[in-house]
Design a protein. Structure first.
Length: 322
């Protein structure tokens, strides 16, 4: 197979050299975070800190370190204006607001509850452009995202990217410290036989989710007429990566317990980038009412209901909601 590095791929596909530069900065951050994850036990970086993030969650040492890595790697980029991080309450302005400058929304280490048990975690990001010289216009609009991606720190480290038309996956080659294209044109299989949801929340679900999951559980003799398998890793990156490779559906719905907060997952640096990736891979992503990509952000840390995966399942769930 011809070996295409991320650098070569970006030169052909990123459109603007400045965007290619920024994605290289993000990839470099992911490479550093991958190394931090690998040695976290050796470096004494397991357990929790005394720090609380904007969502009231206790931060892990690596949540903080991974955020610092993103800031260090990306803020030197002259074309970047603002950073919106899961771990930081306020938006960080690295350069004054200017029309066309980049905004990077990111979750530096998603699924970090998995760190101490050595399961897969990841980083999620989305790049957009400031629509004006006003800082008021900083919150990205899903339809105007330039690029979304995630890194997964699993048995291998991968970077998965989309500019909106297709999804391409790169594997970190430790011998050269470079990302190499190994999964070109990733597609979500259209039929699903696997669902991912945290079933411990079942008592809080609305009727649509109750009946969707109940129908899946009835197997071949139920209305879906096929046996479904179930997986839940508590790491959205790992669950979405599995869906891109072998299909399925992922649900973190708004429910009676999380409704006051608007759901659990965050729109700008979890739901929206993953929605862009899954849609570019031929799948669907909804909050139950409208495509996730059309949900309008009014605050940086806004939460949303997330349902994404094989198109057939998304259409079924959306129809049930309407
Ligand atoms: P985090 O960004 O604080 O790690 O939270 C997001 C994670 C997702 O990766 C995952 O899908 C979800 O939280 C798991 O939640 P739960 O612990 O309720 O299963
Ligand atoms: Mg997260």
């Amino acid at each position: 197979m011809q070996r295409i590095t991320l650098t070569e791929y970006l030169a052909r596909n990123a459109g603007e050299a400045a965007l290619a530069d920024l994605i290289e900065c993000i990839a470099s951050a992911c490479w550093s975070i991958s190394n931090l994850v690998n040695v976290s036990a050796l470096a004494g970086h397991q357990g929790s800190t005394d720090e609380i993030n904007p969502h009231g969650e206790v931060q892990k040492p690596l949540d903080i370190l991974a955020d610092e890595v993103f800031v260090r790697s990306c803020s030197a980029n002259a074309n970047l204006s603002a950073l919106i991080s899961e771990e930081v309450e306020e938006i960080t302005w690295v350069n004054p607001a200017q029309t066309g400058a980049y905004v990077l929304a990111y979750d530096p280490l998603d699924g970090s509850s998995n760190l101490d048990v050595d399961l897969s975690v990841g980083s999620i990001f989305a790049v957009s452009k400031l629509r004006s010289d006003s800082a008021e216009d900083v919150l990205p609009n899903g339809r105007n995202l330039l690029c979304s991606g995630y890194a997964i720190y699993g048995p291998s480290t991968m970077l998965v990217l989309t500019f909106g038309d297709q999804v391409d996956g790169f594997t970190l080659d430790d011998s050269t410290d470079s990302f190499v294209l190994t999964h070109p044109n990733m597609k979500v299989p259209q039929q699903a036989c696997e669902f991912a949801i945290n079933v411990s929340r079942q008592r809080h679900w609305d009727e649509t989710i109750q009946s969707y999951v109940s129908d899946c559980l009835k197997g071949a003799v139920g209305p879906r007429q096929k046996a479904f398998n179930m997986r839940w890793t508590a790491s959205m990156v790992a669950d979405v990566h599995r869906i891109l490779i072998r299909g399925g559906v992922f649900l973190y719905p708004i429910d009676a317990e999380n409704a006051a907060a608007g759901g659990k997952l965050r729109l700008l640096y979890e739901a929206m980038p993953m929605a862009m990736i899954v849609e570019a891979g031929g799948g669907g992503a909804t909050d139950g009412r409208i495509p996730l990509i059309d949900v309008v952000a009014t605050t940086p840390h806004q939460r949303t209901s997330v349902i994404l995966g094989a198109r057939e399942e998304i259409d079924l769930i959306r129809a049930a909601y309407s």
